[in-house]
Design a protein around this ligand. Sequence first.
Ligand SMILES: Nc1nc2c(c(=O)[nH]1)N[C@H]1C(S)=C(S)[C@@H](COP(=O)(O)OP(=O)(O)OC[C@H]3O[C@@H](n4cnc5c(=O)[nH]c(N)nc54)[C@H](O)[C@@H]3O)O[C@H]1N2
Ligand SMILES: Nc1nc2c(c(=O)[nH]1)N[C@H]1C(S)=C(S)[C@@H](COP(=O)(O)OP(=O)(O)OC[C@H]3O[C@@H](n4cnc5c(=O)[nH]c(N)nc54)[C@H](O)[C@@H]3O)O[C@H]1N2
Ligand SMILES: [Mo]
Length: 657
Amino acid sequence: MIRLIKTSCVRNCPNTCSLLAQVEDGRVKALVGDPDSPTNQGRVCVKCGRYPQRVYDPDRVLWPLVKVKGRFERIGWDAALDLLADKISSVIKTKPEAFFYYQGFGSRTALKMVNRRLFNLLGPVTTLTGTVCGGAGQGAQDLDYGERISHDFRDHLNSSTLVVWGRNPAVTSLNLVPIALSLKAQGKPVVLIDPALTESASLCSWRLAPRPGTDAQLALALARLIFTAGAEDRDFLENHAQNLAAYKALVFQEELAKRASDCGLDPADIIKLSQTLMENKPVAFVLGWGLHRWRESQVTIRSIDALAATLGSIGRVGGGVSQGFEEWRPYDWSVWGDDPRNHGRRFLMPILGEELEKANPQVTATLITAGNPATMLPDSRRVQAALSKIAFKAVAGHFLDDTALMADLFLPATTFLEEDDVVAAYGHSYICPVNQAIKPLGESRSDFDLFMALGARLGLSSYVKPRQEWLKLILAPTLKMGVSLETIQAGGAYQPDVPHVPFLDREFPTPNGRFNLIDQFVSPAVYDPERPLALLSVSPKQWLCSEISPRDRLDILPVTINASLAQNLGIEEGEEIWVISELGRIKARARLEPLARPDVAVIPRGGWGRHGLNVNVLTRAIVTTVGRGTAYHQTRVSLAKITASEKSEGLGSGENI
Ligand SMILES: Nc1nc2c(c(=O)[nH]1)N[C@H]1C(S)=C(S)[C@@H](COP(=O)(O)OP(=O)(O)OC[C@H]3O[C@@H](n4cnc5c(=O)[nH]c(N)nc54)[C@H](O)[C@@H]3O)O[C@H]1N2
Ligand SMILES: Nc1nc2c(c(=O)[nH]1)N[C@H]1C(S)=C(S)[C@@H](COP(=O)(O)OP(=O)(O)OC[C@H]3O[C@@H](n4cnc5c(=O)[nH]c(N)nc54)[C@H](O)[C@@H]3O)O[C@H]1N2
Ligand SMILES: [Mo]
């Protein structure tokens, strides 16, 4: 008999889809979209459909392991927990900051809030601040609106133009796909702005490929054309925004020709786009993470916010600049247990290698959960070198990836199909249930069970509570607004205090209640004559972040480059070449694309260093000026042919670890 369990995908993805797990004889047979869901409405993406394969992958580690003389051996949970609890308490007793807790982005469910709480109860240990995901965009939009709130994605169906900017929805945003296709079928402009030629080009009616990092110049050029045509929303700009004079001065600071040349675009295309925007209102802008990856990303995002204000898109049905939601919003943040007067040291995630190197006191023990910093953080070799100096490393995860391989203690985590929890999204405001579909495989344990067991061993009796009790405490603000936990667990509920169309009343939670127009420009783009290509390390279709089974790995990384550029360098389709940054070089297989920009190299992110597939060997560790994000795309590269003698070397031979 097949049972259907309503649950939700908690993987690191904006869609957070509602699912039905088909279970037979205690095994998940299939994962399909829940047709009752208001978000994904029965749809599901390729990587989610294939998730059961990951759950039952023979390479998934289902038992705790301890490293003895450099080799992993099995150990029982009791002994593993004793070892970890002993390390934690002995380090914290003498120097709390010498213990470092690293919480990755592998799963951001409600119950994950209790993780940091444990350490906050124990003492001022070292934790993280900043992000390798979307900090810059959030920080920038907080400056403009007072709080970043996006439109519910279904509101884009009310748009007359959809601009998809620095995002690849065909790969990363399943929920936007039918919307883009529906608008396109109605003959409405759907514009893609991306320097790379992505899978999303087919969803759109028009693609513009500016030079990477020059989107702010494009937005300012468009605003200039709108002002010049007298088509600006004067009421919004004069009565609901601030800094108008300074913003206009910035807009008129440069001629169209100069901005177009900065962007590497034909001025005629910018004029055509401005006309499209003026003639087809309301315009919705949907921004992706590609825009966050520059030191001065805030200039890009704020210029686009200001362009939307100029057009009259803000606080309008079918309008807005939507970039994401705060996935922790429905919860009581005091559960984290952060004490602003007495918190421990915080390492900046984007520059973790450097932080660990200069740390005083040095870190002597760490616990890493749901993250693979050795692969996913920029300048990964430096991160690995710094991690390797930590005397005791415990890692909770699913596979022996680059980080787990470095561990002294490996703790097998459950997947969401084996867990009860609740999850909110960063791509919509629907709170989703996580209901256990199957019993934990092998000896795997959820992070929640791990943390409760640690709490018990460390004598924190009030911390150790049943799951349902913690969920009620965590969701208290939402429950107070009349949504019950039972409703969420039965199928989900919208966050009652998140409007589907924000700022309809034109009131903004900024200090003076007005929308804040950008008035200063710093170029996010970077140039380097030695390294003529911007390295864009992007989300691949086949896998999510570094969640790859060793069985599914590629033989070699693909690098997509302009065909004429390749020809000039004597590089042929399918040839193995070097991609070289100031930090190192990796081997990659050239894919020649006639429509690619000649100043861009596109490589999928997430491949493991142990397989010679890690692009972060090349990326520089740079913190964004606003929002403490990570400027991955600021890395410049050059390309070179592999010489005959180099060819005899094995692939990845020390080049990528
Ligand atoms: N299949 C799959 N899905 C995923 C993920 C995955 O790894 N695989 N990752 C998940 C995560 S963690 C996140 S945060 C999201 C990310 O979701 P997206 O934002 O859609 O993905 P990215 O690949 O980071 O970047 C999107 C696009 O930005 C472009 N871009 C880069 N620089 C610039 C620029 O300067 N200007 C402009 N206009 N465009 C630029 C890139 O070429 C890329 O096509 O996706 C999530 N979903
Ligand atoms: N070059 C480059 N690098 C990037 C980016 C980029 O644009 N370019 N983008 C970045 C982005 S957007 C992100 S979000 C980060 C992601 O970087 P990470 O946070 O390191 O995420 P993952 O690679 O998904 O690794 C998460 C691990 O946690 C495991 N896991 C999943 N759920 C659980 C759980 O409940 N408990 C435990 N214990 N483990 C679990 C997974 O199996 C996986 O091994 O990478 C960033 N890295
Ligand atoms: Mo992310």
